[in-house]
Design a protein around this ligand. Structure first.
Ligand SMILES: CC(C)(COP(=O)(O)OP(=O)(O)OC[C@H]1O[C@@H](n2cnc3c(N)ncnc32)[C@H](O)[C@@H]1OP(=O)(O)O)[C@@H](O)C(=O)NCCC(=O)NCCS
Length: 177
């Protein structure tokens, strides 16, 4: 098993087209996962997932990882570094922990620390951005614990769970630049 980035409890390996399987499809059709994401409004089919993954894998400005638990080797989530701007040295970061049993155990925090270090030390980027929906306070806490700061918000911008919520934009700068 390739371990591209490795922590105490998790490792990240390249996501491949074979990962566009039932496991990933289940996450994308699970409202517990998608309630904080810009997806889940419509059912996702296997073919749509294959198209999405193959498009992301072809994109030179995207790095896509499968997140795996070390002990079990289980694929528990995904991390995507995308919209990389090699000139401005910025990127967007996304994390999903699809397996419910893997949430709330510090794995998201460990994963993000690995990926942040990779983005700053290996890709030599200067700024990481991401957006959190107001109905996802757990994610907001996670990113603030990692040092992300709120840059702004679009008010009443996303519709989830029957009402409108703010979309909150956060960023983290490379401390060495
Ligand atoms: C949001 C998500 C990435 C958090 O990952 P996680 O592994 O469960 O988080 P961790 O256990 O590493 O928690 C780290 C910190 O985040 C905060 N946190 C995470 N989930 C939380 C929750 N549900 N409620 C409150 N705080 C939470 C806590 O402050 C925690 O620190 P603490 O343990 O010192 O209190 C994960 O729940 C997930 O993938 N959810 C579905 C998809 C999603 O919403 N992705 C984010 C989109 S922006």
């Amino acid at each position: 098993m390739i371990k591209f980035l490795e922590g105490d409890q998790v490792y990240l390996r390249p996501l491949t087209i074979e990962d566009a399987n039932d496991i990933y499809l289940k996450w994308l059709n699970d409202t517990e996962v998608t309630r904080g994401l810009a997806s889940g409004y419509f059912p996702t089919t296997q073919q749509e997932l294959i198209n999405y993954v193959s498009g992301a894998l072809r994109d030179q400005n995207t790095v896509f990882f499968a997140l795996c638990e070390k002990e079990s080797n289980l694929h528990i989530g995904n991390v995507k570094v995308d919209r990389i701007d090699w000139v401005a040295q910025t990127c967007e970061l996304g994390l999903i922990i699809g397996e419910a049993s893997a949430r709330g155990r510090g794995l998201g925090f460990e994963t993000m620390n690995l990926v942040i270090q990779y983005i700053f030390e290996e890709l030599n980027l200067n700024k990481i951005t991401l957006a959190v929906f107001e109905n996802n306070p757990g994610a907001l806490k996670l990113y603030e614990k990692l040092g992300f700061q709120v840059e702004g918000r679009f008010v009443k911008h996303v519709f989830k769970e029957g009402r409108l919520w703010d979309k909150i934009y956060l960023s983290l700068f490379n401390p060495k630049k």
